[in-house]
Design a protein around this ligand. Sequence first.
Ligand SMILES: [Zn+2]
Length: 207
Amino acid sequence: MDETTWCTTTTERFWMLEYIQGRATPRQLRLFGCACVRRVWDLLSDDERLAVERAEHWAEGLTSVVLVPDRVASATEFGSDQPAILALAALRLFEANPAQAVHAATHVIRAQRGGDWRSELARQCDLVRCIFGNPFRTVGEGPWWQSDMVRQIAQAIAGEQRFADLPILADALEDAGCTDCEILTHLRAPGPHARGCWPLDLILGGR
Ligand SMILES: [Zn+2]
């Protein structure tokens, strides 16, 4: 894996995750799995949607007691139809080992065999870049992190998951003196973006 591949690949999601293993935090790994399952929200049952929300809260450290919804808890490796595979994807979000939670992404792809799974794989590569940033670059701290306006906008976006407003955050950062291309370009990119989007984490102290 080199930087060009990292920044442009639409197929190498597996190797991207391999490359950052050991550096990725449990929270990031779990949120990546959740983001992939959220991508097929319209295909999920109510129990699976509840599972994603609970897994996100768990990943964020908002709860220490995780109750897996019944239909999700009973998912097995042996189901081969789309509902069974999606239930398994949701179940993966509760793996005790957070590194295993990323396998939810593979089940999401499996569930779309016959459909436009290549496009979905490309979006998963985007989500890796959104949550884990660019491991080939170091982004330094800047005084612009301390701007009240920047923090308020970042908190509003993160709290309400309003990722369409990320370009507004980029504008506020520039107004506060930020010239970091890595951050500004990511915030202005169409995404998809997700919980754990790395510039938001930088500003709000996530990770
Ligand atoms: Zn992002």
